[in-house]
Design a protein around this ligand. Structure first.
Ligand code: C2E
Ligand code: MG
Ligand code: MG
Ligand code: MG
Length: 283
């Protein structure tokens, strides 16, 4: 059931809620047209190397320019997109768009910056994901090592041979795999090596209040130590304060992302920032 909070109620649907069929069809309809009418756009949020204080890439985050409701964030429509199966097409668009944009960074003076793309579990269970990604890489001419796929812990619960083979073939393409929202999901860690994961993204719920919350500091410390011994890189999400950045750096966390550095921004703004960052580095 959608919460009745007036005209914003449309935005409160997600997969946890039992949205009635009529309402869901409405959103689905809008989502279908959104693809055709090119209403989706990617914003990019900078990711920095905490030690070198250097920009290393960005996460691509989906936004929807809804004709009546303005700019909508993914939490407001990804659930319906997944339930309806539309996420497959939307996700393919995201992959292509992100690869093209990152290829543009390489050509326009921001060489070496990587792009991270969030995958939905629905996409991961379709047989043609490797082909879609391979195609996006070829069409954009983006070096595969500069594409990072973000999965969540729950996606790695599946242990079927075909699924394991799929992740292997993704790795064989040369792309990187990271675990998003790490620490919030399943805690059997043996899959990290079985699936050749490259990086853990520590969930922002542990990071943002790290300096005042002892428990979260203990959790983050443990995650970073474990990542070091498994030779995995770490990115902390949700860094909003300088003191949190300093703590993470001293704990040995490699990368950071959060409002302290920048909020997600339109593609052209990110390119401008990346070009500026290079100029400053060379000065
Ligand atoms: P995520 O992948 O964990 O992305 C990080 C989210 O944290 C983003 O929210 C970002 O704007 C937000 N964030 C970053 N730094 C800070 C900070 O310092 N403080 C706070 N409070 N928040 C911060 P956003 O863009 O609303 O995305 C929400 C989620 O939607 C993403 O979480 C991801 O799971 C999903 N998503 C986004 N784009 C896509 C997509 O293209 N495909 C799929 N399947 N899911 C997507
Ligand atoms: Mg993510
Ligand atoms: Mg996350
Ligand atoms: Mg998330």
């Amino acid at each position: 059931r959608a919460k009745s909070t007036g005209r914003n109620s449309y935005c409160l649907f997600d997969e946890q809620m039992n949205v009635n069929t009529h309402e869901r069809l409405g959103i689905e309809q809008d989502l279908r047209q959104a693809l055709v009418r090119s209403e989706f756009v990617l914003h990019f949020q900078p990711i920095v190397d905490l030690t070198a204080n250097k920009l290393v890439g960005a996460e691509a985050l989906l936004r929807w320019h809804h004709p009546e409701r303005g700019l909508l964030g993914p939490d407001l429509f990804i659930g319906v997109a997944e339930q309806s199966g539309l996420i497959t097409e939307i996700g393919e668009w995201v992959l292509n768009e992100a690869c093209h944009e990152a290829a543009r960074w390489q050509r326009q003076g921001a060489r070496g910056l990587a792009v991270s793309v969030n995958l939905s579990t629905v996409q991961l269970h379709r047989g043609d994901l490797e082909a879609i990604i391979a195609q996006a890489l070829v069409a954009s001419a983006l070096p595969p090592a500069l594409l990072e796929l973000e999965l969540t812990e729950s996606m790695l619960l599946e242990k079927s041979d075909s699924f394991i083979q799929r992740l292997r073939s993704l790795k064989e393409l040369g792309v990187k795999l990271s675990i998003d929202d790490f620490g919030t999901g399943y805690s059997n860690l043996s899959y990290l090596q079985r699936f050749q994961v490259d990086k853990l993204k520590i969930d922002k719920s542990f990071v943002t209040n790290l300096s005042s919350n002892e428990q979260n500091r203990a959790i983050v410390t443990a995650i970073i130590q474990m990542a070091h011994s498994l030779k995995l890189k770490t990115t902390a999400e949700g860094i909003e304060h300088q003191v949190v950045k300093s703590i993470l750096k001293s704990l040995g966390c490699h990368f950071g992302q959060g409002y302290l550095f920048a909020k997600p921004m339109p593609a052209d703004d990110f390119l401008g920032l990346a070009q500026q960052a290079r100029v400053e580095r060379e000065r």
